[in-house]
Ligand binder design. Structure first.
Ligand SMILES: C[S@@+](CC[C@H](N)C(=O)[O-])C[C@H]1O[C@@H](n2cnc3c(N)ncnc32)[C@H](O)[C@@H]1O
Length: 285
């Protein structure tokens, strides 16, 4: 994949290429340095250096923590900014579509927090716009053969500390305290466990569900195909499905899942102008 440069790759995808940081694979990657040709390039040397410098500057923040919270965009790199803007563009597409926003593959929860904040300024008085995030928080439970393109595709990849879901819950609750509809509970939900079990269970427990926006970022085949099949009956014309890895050379499992569960030609896949991912489609039934 020489010729691709990570500045073209959104952060959520660059995070999927940790092997490029190992001593045997330089940031640009070259076969002479033991690079796996299937590995999508990670941050360029300049980008890694910028990240390191910003990290040091963040640690040296000279003012108070409340000041830091107000000034956080100081440290927002363009990939993170583009990602946030992408989430807002997707959110705006479903403002006239009823139902919930779901993310499959939450990891640290940045999209859950972003969608929660966006709800707070875009439709603070919509009591039914729930944001629901699904993750094991223990990483990939298993991987299928189709996923074994990347060395990252191993069971347990993306595992977080065991108390992370509880920490994320507290972060989300802190955000909710400032909501106009703070008295309505569970407007942002974190569903822990394997989506192959938790999504059907969530839908059985919430038979009134309409899925307005579904963001797929599980990376791998089996959970993605299972989540797609589970939510399909809950889509309406106008629902937006977004895919983080639809044409990512390292993660072919999502593409296979979409081909099997929906068909790539079922609706037009589109990009947000200027951004390589996510791709999205507007469900037309
Ligand atoms: C790339 S990360 C998600 C990144 C996140 N959307 C973001 O933008 O920061 C992929 C996540 O999918 C989760 N995952 C993979 N397979 C899963 C499964 N079967 N059930 C639940 N979560 C799963 C992993 O635990 C991991 O946190």
């Amino acid at each position: 994949m020489t010729g691709h440069h990570s500045s073209e790759v959104p952060q959520s995808q660059t995070e999927h290429a940790p092997e490029a940081q190992t001593p045997t694979a330089d940031a640009h990657g070259s076969s002479e340095h033991g690079r796996d040709d299937r590995v999508f390039p990670h941050d360029s040397i300049a980008e890694s250096s910028m990240k390191e410098k910003l990290g040091e500057l963040l640690e040296q923040w000279p003012l108070s923590t409340p000041d830091l919270l107000d000034a956080l965009p100081l440290f927002l790199r363009r990939q993170q900014m583009a990602d946030l803007l992408s989430m807002d563009e997707l959110y705006r597409m479903v403002l006239d579509v009823p139902g919930v926003i779901m993310e499959f593959g939450v990891r640290h929860g940045r999209h859950l927090a972003a969608f929660t904040a966006m709800r707070g300024f875009r439709e603070p008085h919509n009591p039914f716009r729930r944001v629901v995030g699904f993750d094991t928080f223990t990483g990939f439970p298993d991987v299928a053969d189709v996923d074994r393109v990347s060395r990252s595709a191993v069971a347990g990849r993306f595992a977080l500390p065991t108390d992370y879901p509880e920490y994320l819950r507290r972060v989300v609750d802190a955000h909710a305290e400032g909501d106009a509809l703070a008295h309505i509970t569970d407007r942002t939900m974190i569903v822990e466990g394997d989506v192959r079990e938790t999504v059907p269970r969530y839908l059985a427990d919430n038979p009134h569900t309409v899925v307005a926006l579904a963001y797929f970022d599980l990376d791998i085949y089996e959970p993605t195909v299972a989540a797609l099949r589970a939510v399909r009956p809950y889509l309406t014309r106008g629902s937006v499905l977004a895919f983080d890895e639809i044409d990512h050379p390292k993660w072919p499992g999502e593409n296979l899942a979409v081909r099997e569960a929906l068909g790539l030609d079922h609706a037009a896949l589109r990009l947000l102008p200027g951004r390589p991912a996510p791709a999205y489609l507007v469900w037309d039934g």
